[in-house]
Design a protein around this ligand. Structure first.
Ligand SMILES: Nc1ncnc2c1ncn2[C@@H]1O[C@H](COP(=O)(O)OP(=O)(O)OP(=O)(O)O)[C@@H](O)[C@H]1O
Length: 728
């Protein structure tokens, strides 16, 4: 009987969904037609082109093309209100849609009219009687799940299903995060729809949905003020490339593609760092002491550059030796960021040279004659370009590979041990930049300023430089020499160290969203902060999961990063999430016990799901055999992903073991999509798996000063089963 009712309800919903899809096709086609017409007239979106509504439908249809049919369908929700409020159900979908009579068929989940769908609870029904979630695949409705919100309402609406949230949480995991648009919970919805001003912080313990909520918030902001956020750009920063791959489908599945997703190693254009430095090195490179060190570095002479300029002028020998050149260097450095001063180098050198002109024959001529004679001489131009070249930040960071340069820059800034760690890290030959090097490159970009020669426009600026014009130097000879030298450098530049591709003024975004914010070092805060001076922010994190050992220093850097350009503190709206939707209660209890035992001062959420499967602690005499057995068991018991997590120093060994076992060969196939992954503790940040094997937890704990927090992260990654494996 109940089955018949359910089948009838599904059939009924299918009819509605069919209507919506038919309308979508009609609207999209007409919008496309109009767009084509508008386009041919060059007036898309303006009077005579598309009216606003059609432009919206057109945009929406375009975005819809990227909808992943495997996720929840276009129409996923419905609310029925008390009869005295409305006799018509309200359908909620990924976009809004009207029929040909302009009546609403589907409410965009982000629209104010959809808020009730998420915020109505039995304690505060707000007129909603029943909330229904439609489970679909593509255009086909597979089932419905109902919540009776207002049990006191006089209604004969059938209530079907066992709760969409639990079904969603118990599903087998693959290697990517999914949108939760159908099952957003009320406290999460409040964070998603928070006001657009200032800074929204979202805190909460493991698995509370911080990441997924933040991503839905990005989609919400794009909806609420599309013009601002699409043109100004939304930047999402996460801890690692693996994490970015994990979350990269969520926004497209919500129909949004205009968002830049960057891991911390990719924030600077042109750099893609994945290698992590050892924790001790990372601590030095991440510290704000590096600002002083780098400020000194940019004042250094170019290593290997010419040290003397010797010039015969009539009866004079003009020599600019180290002392004179140091004077010119200081004078130039006093005039602004180093690369900006490259247009002034010729005149500064000529001034210094002219000061040495003494001979009588020479003095018969004026300074103007002298300048005219020297300035076009190739030897002079080559000297100027080699002595004061346009510098690129990655190249300048490489100067620190010379221990003497490092020592000069670090004197009085770093202690001996820190300097030794840096020297060791950078003397290890031609390595690509590490994740921790990227903020240093960025700092240098700002200290150096933009080279005047990055494009034709700025070339024109250079040529208009009044000082050059006054000196009669506004010709291209020096520029040509510089351009040639820049090309030479580009050719000799090792892979992975590309020059910045944009000017620093182009770095700003309209919104910056930082995930796992507890892990940002002070230098990373500075880097991200530069991209959000005029932006609004969403900052997501859980201090108990932090792997940065100097929280107070990071806090100060974070506060600075959030200042407006005029130095004002942006207003902060804080949201806290309290329920863990990832781990079973059994697994989370185990992790929470650990956090309390080791004194992590963790924010402990309540896990909403129980499985009856407590974590298993296995002691093996032989680790390889123990791991193989543990994996065999987990593979048989979960359908989705499995993670093997061990200390960084064990990775090579673990990978080679696993790669040698024929029974898991299929599970390892598929690269980033593989069912089975071997990871370090830090690499598991933000991720989740159906089952986890934690190999030798004490090693994970011991590998860095914040190893306990890392182990806590690892213990909160599994949704269903967890095995903790140690040798006895
Ligand atoms: N309302 C919801 N409906 C369905 N699933 C949800 C909901 N909220 C969270 N989840 C799921 O819970 C899991 C944890 O979410 P998420 O990774 O965003 O948490 P987190 O707070 O960022 O975790 P951590 O800090 O431990 O990395 C994900 O699988 C997410 O899809």
């Amino acid at each position: 009987m109940q089955d018949d009712v359910a089948a009838a309800e599904v059939a009924h919903e299918q009819e509605y969904v069919d209507t919506v899809y038919r309308q979508l096709i009609r609207s999209a086609a007409s919008a496309q037609r109009l767009a084509a017409e508008g386009h041919s007239r060059g007036r898309l979106g303006h009077e005579g082109g598309l009216v606003e509504r059609d432009a919206m439908v057109f945009q929406a249809a375009r975005r819809l093309a990227s909808l992943d049919a495997a996720h929840e369908g276009l129409v996923f929700g419905r609310i029925d209100m008390r009869a005295e409020i409305s006799g018509e159900p309200r359908y909620i979908g990924r976009i809004g849609l009207r029929d040909d009579n302009r009546d609403i068929l589907l409410v965009d989940w982000r629209a104010p009219a959809a808020a009730l769908f998420y915020q109505a609870t039995p304690a505060a029904p707000q007129g909603v009687v029943r909330r229904r979630i439609l489970r679909s695949q593509g255009e086909q409705v597979l089932g419905v799940e109902d919540d009776l919100i207002d049990a006191e309402a006089d209604t004969d609406l059938p209530i079907i299903g066992e709760g969409a949230l639990m079904a969603q949480l118990s599903r087998a995991r693959d290697r990517s995060m999914h949108s939760i648009v159908a099952t957003i919970q009320a406290e999460q919805d409040r964070a998603i729809r928070a006001p657009e001003r200032g800074v929204v912080t979202i805190s909460g313990g493991p698995g509370t949905g911080k990441t997924v909520v933040a991503l839905h918030r990005a989609a919400y902001l794009l909806y609420a003020d599309r013009r601002r956020y699409e043109t100004g750009g939304v930047l999402v920063v996460g801890p690692s490339g693996v994490f970015m791959r994990y979350i990269e489908r969520v926004l497209p599945s919500l129909g949004e593609t205009a968002v830049a997703l960057r891991s911390l190693g990719e924030v600077v254009d042109g750099l893609r760092a994945t290698r992590r430095d050892d924790p001790a090195v990372a601590e030095v490179k991440g510290s704000s002491r590096m600002v002083d060190l780098l400020s000194r570095l940019v004042r250094e002479p170019v290593p290997g550059g010419p040290e003397e300029l010797r010039w015969f002028y009539r009866d004079d020998v003009i020599v600019l030796g180290r002392r004179e050149l140091d004077g010119v260097r200081r004078q130039l450095l006093g005039g602004g960021p180093r690369n900006r001063t490259t247009t002034r180098v010729a005149s500064a050198l000529l001034d210094a040279m002219w000061r040495q002109v003494r001979g009588e024959r020479a003095l018969e001529r004026t300074k103007g004659d002298f300048v005219a004679e020297v300035r076009d001489d190739d030897r002079f131009l080559d000297f100027a370009a080699a002595w004061w070249p346009v510098l690129d930040a990655s190249g300048v960071l490489r100067w620190l590979r010379d221990p003497e340069v490092l020592h000069r820059a670090a004197a009085g800034v770093l202690d001996e041990e820190s300097e030794r760690l840096l020297a060791k890290s950078w003397s290890a030959g031609e390595q690509p930049a590490s994740v921790e090097d990227v903020p240093l490159v960025d700092e240098l970009r700002y200290l150096l300023g933009d080279p005047p020669l990055v494009d034709a426009d700025s070339m024109a600026d250079t040529l208009r430089d009044p000082e050059l014009e006054a000196l009669g130097l506004a010709d291209v000879a020096l520029q040509d020499t510089r351009a040639e030298l820049a090309e030479d450098r580009a050719e000799s530049r090792p892979r992975g160290w590309e020059a910045p591709t944009v000017r620093v003024e182009d770095d700003g975004y309209a919104h910056v969203l930082v995930d796992e914010a507890q892990d940002l070092t002070p230098m990373q805060w500075r880097m991200v902060g530069r991209r959000g001076r005029t932006a609004t922010w969403t900052i997501v994190g859980d201090p108990a999961q932090s792997s940065w050992p100097q929280p107070a220093e990071a806090e100060t850097a974070r506060e600075r990063a959030l200042l407006s350009p005029s130095g004002r503190t942006k207003e902060v709206h804080a949201f806290h999430l309290s329920k863990n939707y990832r781990n079973s209660a059994e697994i989370y209890d185990f992790a929470a016990d650990y956090a309390e035992r080791v004194g992590l001062a963790a924010d402990l959420p309540e896990a909403v799901r129980t499985t009856g499967e407590a974590p298993v602690e296995r002691v093996a005499t032989d680790l390889e055999t123990g791991l193989r057995e543990a994996l065999a068991e987990l593979r048989g018991r979960v359908e989705g992903t499995i993670g093997v997590v061990g200390a960084a120093a064990r990775q090579v060994e673990l990978r080679s073991w696993v790669a040698g076992w024929p029974e898991v060969a299929d599970d390892l196939a598929g690269g980033a999509e593989a069912r089975l992954a071997v990871l370090t503790g830090l690499e598991t940040k933000g991720l989740e798996f159906d089952a986890i094997v934690v190999v030798e937890p004490e090693e994970i704990e011991a590998e860095s000063p914040t190893g306990r927090a890392t182990l806590y992260v690892v213990l909160t990654r599994a949704t269903q089963l967890m095995t903790v494996l140690q040798t006895g």
